[in-house]
Ligand binder design. Structure first.
Ligand SMILES: Cc1ncc(C[n+]2csc(CCOP(=O)(O)OP(=O)(O)O)c2C)c(N)n1
Ligand SMILES: [Mg+2]
Length: 563
């Protein structure tokens, strides 16, 4: 096809692509199907063309879009074909729903003119997607596709962010939408700040607290409040426990970072202020205090929007609205409360509570060192993290997909910067790995991307190492290969005294899978070989899987399975 004769496309697909671009989208993650061809044609013929990354499972496409959203804090885009393309995407859409990730999923759909006659993949998708999206609907008119996609992106990115699903009747996508494509950049309204009275109430509680703790969750990063949160914590000298993508808001070794002193911090606090994360199972459902004769703690919940505030437990106070505005206001409101009736002239917690937590955190970190350097053979999984921590750049993106293997990482790898740690979040869906790695590699072209895979987790998405190879996306993959589904095997043994359906192939060569797909890798069985293998992986410049055979007898010391 001669370029000079190429007409700009004007079908619904071209309108959809132009509208997505207005919202900053530069990559479309997808798996092919005839129902969505106009979206590809629109991407190819856009000026400049939109990058297409074609993957091996729709779930991977949506996970990649979600990783983009979680790392860039701008909406990600996935395109899936009608019927099975959409249903295959559902677990990943649900993960984005639980994580509050702005993701737009555009779906193909059987034509309206034959609806009800048994067309290929004729399924009404929105009712399936409605419970796990901010909105799920169908656009039927070609001329309205651009407006509908614009609306989808606005909704996805608005507070509280989340996935949006939109499918198009075949006629709408293939039909003529007109010559005028959506243009320019979509403006974003400034988010509303919290009610000053709510901030004042929280400041009053803090000024009167003896043993407060501030919890910083993923939404602190996702809403761009990490600088204000750090400033407020430092200004008020509040001990901080970090969660999810909030990890790294305070760097490792910071005197206020007491995540490793969690049992004391949560058990003995008299006030816990939780910002930017739900009071879910990861935070003991918001029940704090009560340790060693201490009374229950008062709980404050702060969220980016009112709908996110906990309703399952009573709160001493709460605030909803832009988190940057919240932290900025809090930093000046607390000093104003000090010295008022019932409040000391200076914060009560800096004398003994903060030093107690700092000491407990340092002690826990010191106690890890032996296992992080473990010479045990078979390999103790913590030795992998001891080796990895030495090689990680500050701007690395670390992704965890697995059971016990990733629990170790969550506890012992402390990210240097916020946003760089991607776990599946509260939906706990195995299989995020390759999709997150693909999205991360594209969103952070200058940063090392490390994917930690349990051997069980690897089975869900490892075929997408092929996508890494085809699209030249070098990622370091580390498989913690214990030959079992450890996070299920040990709990089942504890409950029943035996286990079933919990064994995998011992020593399976997942590195050979990646090699067969065109990448590289190796298997490591001795602790001293881990470091050199990881160095080879970081230097390889191609997708590389280090398959570390670990000791299946080691179970992560877990207080609860969350069930
Ligand atoms: C899609 C999905 N299926 C099943 C589970 C239940 N599950 C949680 S952890 C786990 C075991 C993971 O095994 P592996 O990845 O090998 O890590 P290990 O615990 O052995 O370190 C399973 C099956 C889940 N969370 N998600
Ligand atoms: Mg395993």
């Amino acid at each position: 096809m001669a370029e000079e004769t190429q007409e700009p496309a004007r079908h619904g697909g071209a309108h959809a692509v132009a509208a997505a671009r207005r919202h900053g989208v530069s990559t479309m993650f997808t798996l092919s199907g005839g129902h969505v061809f106009p979206l590809y044609d629109g991407a190819v013929k856009a000026d400049p063309p939109m990058r297409l990354v074609d993957v091996r499972h729709e779930q991977t496409a949506v996970f990649a879009a979600e990783a983009t959203a979680r790392l860039t804090r701008a909406p990600g885009l996935a395109v899936v074909t009608a019927g099975p393309g959409v249903t295959n995407a559902v677990s990943a859409v649900t993960s984005a729903w639980f994580n509050g990730s702005p993701v737009v999923v555009l779906g193909g759909r059987a034509p309206d003119y034959r609806w009800g006659s048994g067309g290929l993949q004729e399924l009404d998708h929105p009712p399936l997607l409605a419970p796990v999206t901010k909105r799920a609907w169908t656009e039927h008119q070609a001329g309205a596709v651009g407006t509908a996609v614009d609306e989808a992106f606005r909704l996805a990115a608005g507070p509280h962010p989340g996935p949006v699903f939109l499918d198009f009747a075949l006629e709408a996508l293939f039909g003529d939408g007109g010559a005028e494509l959506p243009a320019g950049t979509a403006g974003r309204g400034a988010p509303a700040g919290p009610d000053p009275a709510d901030v004042a109430a929280i400041a009053g509680l803090l000024a009167r607290a003896s043993r407060p703790v501030l919890v910083l969750g993923s939404d602190v990063w996702l809403s761009g409040a990490e600088v204000a949160a750090r400033a407020a914590a430092c200004e008020l000298r509040l001990p901080v426990v970090a969660n999810g993508q909030g990890r790294g808001v305070l760097p490792p070794g910071h005197e206020l970072l007491v995540t490793r002193a969690r049992p004391v911090a949560f058990g003995s606090a008299d006030l816990v202020v939780v910002a930017g994360t739900p009071l879910d199972f990861r935070l003991g459902y918001g029940e704090f205090g009560g340790r060693d004769g201490d009374g229950p703690a008062q709980v404050v919940h702060v969220a980016d929007s009112a709908g996110q505030l906990a309703t399952h437990r009573s709160l001493a106070a709460s605030a909803a609205g832009d988190l940057t505005a919240f932290f900025t206001a809090l930093a000046s409101a607390v000093p104003a409360e000090l010295g008022r009736p019932g409040a000391p002239a200076r914060p009560a917690w800096t004398d003994s509570w903060l030093p107690r937590l700092t000491a407990a955190a340092s002690q826990a970190i010191a106690a890890d060192q032996a296992l992080l350097a473990s010479g045990a053979d078979p390999i103790h999984p913590m030795r992998i993290y001891g080796e990895l921590a030495r090689l990680l750049d500050d701007d690395a993106v670390v992704i965890g997909d697995g059971g016990d293997f990733v629990s170790y990482a969550g506890k012992y790898l402390e990210p240097a910067r916020p946003g760089g740690w991607l776990d599946p979040g509260p939906y706990g869906c195995l299989g995020t790995g390759l999709g997150y790695a693909i999205g991360a590699r594209i969103a952070r072209p200058g940063s090392p991307v490390v994917l930690l895979l349990g051997d069980g987790a690897a089975g869900f998405s490892l075929m997408d190492a092929d996508t890494l190879v085809r699209h030249r996306l070098p990622v370091v993959m580390i498989c913690g290969n214990n030959g079992i589904w450890a996070l299920e095997k040990y709990p089942m043994q504890a409950l029943y005294g035996y286990d079933v359906a919990a064994d995998l192939q011992p020593g399976c060569r997942y590195d050979e899978v990646v090699r067969a797909l065109g990448g590289a890798g190796e298997t490591v069985t001795r602790p001293g070989d881990i470091g050199p293998a990881l160095r080879r992986a970081f230097g390889a410049g191609v997708p590389y899987l280090v398959n570390v055979i670990t000791d299946p007898a080691i179970a992560y010391p877990r207080a609860t399975t969350g069930v």
